[in-house]
Design a binder for this molecule. Structure first.
Ligand SMILES: *Cc1c(COP(=O)(O)O)cnc(C)c1O
Length: 377
């Protein structure tokens, strides 16, 4: 019989595009006793988690809950419920994650109109206005707030007005912005939004916070055909997460909630709220500027439009073996950073400063390790 070594993962400093380093406080929360998913004590924790999620999304949307699965499951939960076969939709692509939205929209049976700008750039209000007037029958526009593949931060407010003036819904990927950048779901009039736990919330991967506006709920309730996904069918999930509006508050079992992951998310959201959203966003900004200064002193340059604090996309110097440097960072210094994706594959490093990991101390640690590796690889 094979014998296996005891599980003993190394303590890494996770400074890539996610997951980010998880504080012990959250790991301890995961280790709390597992309750049943209909236990009143658990339901209370879950309700508190959803309320804290509303506070962090800055929304009053009743239908705000953690989808069982990572960020991509949150994306799919939104698209399979808001799109019916035959719908026309618009998607904005300026990196990897807009491309995934497009793929998923097509699988929902939509006719997808693509608006594209080169990787790294963001969309102007004019570009969106043009797309919207060209496709007036579209029911929804999908866009990424923080493109983790390029470091681009997309302004949302102007776009939101254009999309709503045309009578469409706005769906937003906020996986790398929630908890690290300003994001106001109600003020910005976002109809459907998904995020992830393992980026700026510093929680292990496994849940996707989502929120739906009343207009999004209306669109779902008007469906002629049930959603193609049984697991992600929000019309059933809402009976568990919100009691379906039933005055008894009774919760209908759909699937077993990932109990201990919800503990982790609750703890993570509590940490965010204890720090305060504004202070947390300012911290990400300060630490980003810190890192930017240090990287530029090392002679590295950012991808021109990098506007994210949470993800720093820097061009790798000509003539160096960028993958070998990442391997050395990991093996000799226990530091993980990311390589480039798509058009930036082999040409960029992606350095995350997310949540608990966004500290001056981590910036100093990474800069000195990177300097050593770059001088001798
Ligand atoms: C990480 C990320 C995702 C994917 O989320 P998973 O948790 O890997 O499923 C989606 N969108 C953006 C912008 C991301 O950074």
């Amino acid at each position: 019989m094979t014998t296996y070594a005891t599980l003993n993962p190394r303590q890494r400093l996770l400074m890539g595009p996610g997951p980010s380093t998880v504080p012990d406080r959250i790991l301890r929360a995961i280790g709390s006793p597992t309750l049943g998913h209909l236990d009143p004590q658990y339901i209370q924790y879950m309700d508190e988690t959803c309320q804290m999620m509303r506070d962090v999304f800055v929304t009053k949307n009743q239908l705000t809950f953690p989808v069982s699965g990572t960020g991509m499951a949150g994306m799919e939960a939104i698209l399979v419920n808001l799109i019916e076969p035959g719908d026309e939709v618009i998607v904005c692509i300026n990196g990897v994650f807009g491309g995934r939205m497009k793929d998923n929209m097509q699988r929902c049976g939509a006719t997808v109109h693509v608006v594209e700008v080169p990787w790294g750039q963001t969309f102007t209000d004019e570009a969106i206005a043009e797309a919207v007037s060209k496709h007036p029958k579209a029911t929804m526009l999908g866009i990424v707030h923080a493109e983790t593949s390029t470091g681009a931060l997309q302004p949302i407010q102007g776009i939101s007005k254009i999309v709503h003036d045309a009578g469409m819904l706005l769906a937003v990927d906020a996986v790398t912005s929630l908890g690290g950048h300003e994001l106001k779901v109600d003020d910005w009039n976002i109809d459907a939004i998904y995020s992830g736990t393992q980026k700026c919330l510093s929680c292990p991967p496994g849940l996707s916070p989502v929120s739906f506006s009343p207009a999004a709920i209306e669109k779902m309730e008007a469906r002629k055909t049930p959603s193609q996904s049984w697991y992600l069918d929000v019309s059933m999930l809402k009976n568990y997460y919100t009691g379906g509006g039933a005055s008894s508050g009774a919760r209908a079992y759909h699937h077993t909630a990932p109990i201990n992951m919800v503990y982790a998310l609750r703890e993570a959201l509590q940490i965010v709220l204890e720090e305060g959203l504004e202070k947390r966003i300012a911290r990400h900004r300060t630490v980003h500027l810190d890192l930017r200064k240090g990287l530029e002193e090392l002679g590295l340059t950012y991808i021109p439009e990098n506007s994210l604090s949470t993800l720093n996309c820097v061009a790798t110097p000509e003539g160096i073996n960028e993958a070998a440097i990442r391997t050395r960072l990991l093996n000799e210094y226990d530091i993980e950073i990311g390589g480039g994706l798509g058009v930036f594959a082999g040409k960029a490093w992606r350095i995350g400063l997310m949540g608990y990991g966004a500290t001056h101390r981590n910036v100093v640690t990474l800069l000195s390790a990177l300097k050593e590796c770059m001088s001798s690889t």
